[in-house]
Ligand binder design. Sequence first.
Ligand SMILES: Nc1ncnc2c1ncn2[C@@H]1O[C@H](COP(=O)(O)OP(=O)(O)OP(=O)(O)O)[C@@H](O)[C@H]1O
Ligand SMILES: [Mg+2]
Length: 309
Amino acid sequence: MNYASPSVRLAHLHKAYGKTVAVEELSLEILPGEIFGLIGPDGAGKTTVMRIVAALTLPDGGQAEVMGHDVATHPMRVKEHIGYMPQRFSLYPDLTVAENLRFFADLYKVPTAERIVREQRLMQFSRLGPFRKRRAAQLSGGMKQKLALACTLMHTPEVLILDEPTTGVDPLSRQEFWAILRELAASGQALLVSTPYMDEALLCHRVALMHNGRVLTAGQPHDIPAHFKHRLLEIVAGDVPRARKRLLTCGPAGIQVSRFGDRLHVVYGTADQERQIRSCLAEESAEIFTVPPSIEDTFVTLMHEGSSR
Ligand SMILES: Nc1ncnc2c1ncn2[C@@H]1O[C@H](COP(=O)(O)OP(=O)(O)OP(=O)(O)O)[C@@H](O)[C@H]1O
Ligand SMILES: [Mg+2]
C-alpha cells in the first residue's frame, strides 16, 4: 500500500505561558487532502497549536514539522508551504476586493502573469467576482471571510491553517465556506481548521476535541460518540429552564444536565438514577426519550470529567 507522508506532524507538543499550560502532550498528523478539525471552547489551546504550525510561536517541548521541515530549525521553509488565516485576519478595509488580493500577491511576490491567472481563479472559486470593486469594509461577514481565505490562497500553499474562519458568520455562508474547504482538500491540500461549532466537526475528515491544552479524544467524527461511556436521556419540556432547575434541585447527585436548544440532555450512570430523574420530572409537562449520544454529548461529558479530575 502507498502511504502519503503527512503534511503536518506534531509530536508531544508542549507550550506554556508562565503558569498557564496552553498545549500539553499534543500529537497529531495531517495527510494531504485531509481536513483536520481542532474543536474546543475558549482558551482550549487551538490558536497556540496553529501558531506553532505556522512557525510563529516556538514550542517549549516536542516537535512540529510541516512538509518535512521543522518549525524550530527551518521556520522560513515552513512559511513557504503554509497559508495562515489568523483568528482576526486583517483585510484592508479601504481597498477593494481585487486590491486586497493584489496586495497579498505582492506580499508573497507572485509574478504578475501568474497573479492574473490566480486572481481570476480565486474570484471564481470564492464567488466574489461580482464584488471585485467593492471595498472590503462594505462586504458582509461571510464575504469578508471568503476574501480572507482567497488572500491566504494567493501563493498556493500545500498546508492551510484556518483559525476559526467561520466564527460570527451566518449559517448559509458557513455552509458555502465549508464547501470551498472541501474543494481545497479534494485538490490535495492539507487543512487544519479550528472551530467552536460542534456541527462543523462533522464536516472534517478527522477531529481532535481540545480542552485546557489537552486532546480529550480524536478520530473520525462519526467514531467520537463511541467514547461516550454513560447513559443519556433527552427531555423535551414546555418550560426548559424550569425543568432544568427542577432536575438540579430534586434530581440525583452526580448527573450532568446540558441545554441543547429547546431540549435538555441528562447524562447519568445507573437505573436507579434514571428512576429518580423520571420521578423528579413527573409533575412537569415533559417528554423523556432515550437517544444515542452525539459528538457534542461526548465532548461535554469528557470536558466535565477533565475539569473535575
Ligand atoms: N501570548 C500569550 N500570553 C499568555 N497567555 C496566553 C498567550 N496566548 C495564549 N495564552 C493562554 O493560553 C491558553 C490557550 O489560549 P489559545 O488562544 O491558544 O486558546 P484558543 O483555543 O485559541 O481560545 P479561543 O477560542 O478563545 O481563541 C489560554 O489560557 C490563554 O489565555
Ligand atoms: Mg483562538
